[in-house]
Design a protein around this ligand. Structure first.
Ligand code: SAM
Length: 220
């Protein structure tokens, strides 16, 4: 059976990390994509005193930019692979005593074990793009319940107009997305409904993001 995403394939992380590919695993474009995420967060009001949760943080492409910006101790990260986050920390951030590696939490279920309730902002960049919609559907209400002070959640997805949803679709940046395998595309109306059902107000932003991803914000 095909794994849910390339990340879920047995041995994927061990093999790629053995080849020192921690940047490639998250899609490369290291500085550009970290900066794009910081620009989005700051444009939407992130300040150093806020508490940021980076969901599906990978090798800390955003963490490298966010940790120096935020007050010490205000960055938390989760990912399916703890080893990937730790490799990013060791190689890219070793000289950064501002981040306690205990704040990098392995979590493939969007359960956020050990993440404190005072998170104010959360971002899942290029995470739900690789997953079937049921993952977003279960993550949204959990985020709402676990983090009562969460002001804004940012996530990216690929969209397909309803009339072409069923087939493969070339996104503006060249990536080909699919209804039933990774990278996935979804229907805008369905995604926005899930956000509303979880208790947030959704906005689909028109910004051009790397690989043609779309930005959705969910505001409490
Ligand atoms: C394209 S990378 C993006 C990483 C990071 N957000 C960034 O922009 O650099 C996708 C990440 O999602 C993580 N991921 C995939 N499925 C996940 C799940 N079920 N729970 C948590 N993380 C997951 C992968 O391990 C990978 O690090």
């Amino acid at each position: 059976m095909r794994p849910v995403s390339p990340y879920h394939a047995p041995g994927f992380f061990a093999e790629a990390l053995a080849q020192d590919r921690h940047r490639d695993i998250v899609g490369g474009r290291w500085d550009e994509t970290g900066e794009v995420q910081m620009a989005v967060l700051q444009a939407h009001g992130l300040r150093p005193e806020h508490h940021l949760l980076d969901i599906g943080a990978g090798s800390l492409r955003l963490g490298c930019k966010a940790v120096p910006y935020l007050d010490p101790g205000h960055y938390w990260a989760t990912d399916l692979s703890g080893a990937l986050m730790r490799r990013g920390y060791e190689v890219e951030m070793a000289s950064t005593p501002r981040l306690d590696p205990a704040r990098l939490i392995e979590d493939g279920e969007f359960a956020f074990p050990g993440v404190p309730a005072h998170i104010t902002h959360a971002i899942a960049f290029a995470v739900f793009t690789h997953l079937p919609l049921r993952f977003l559907e279960s993550a949204l209400p959990r985020l709402h319940a676990r983090f009562p002070l969460l002001q804004k959640l940012f996530f990216t997805i690929f969209l397909a107009p309803p009339e072409v949803y069923d087939s493969a679709l070339r996104q503006p940046d060249g990536v080909v997305t699919h209804p039933d395998r990774t990278p996935y595309h979804h229907r805008e109306a369905e995604v926005l409904d899930l956000v509303r059902q979880a208790g947030f107000s959704p906005v689909h932003h028109g910004d051009r993001l790397p690989r043609g991803q779309r930005l959705i914000t969910a505001t409490r």
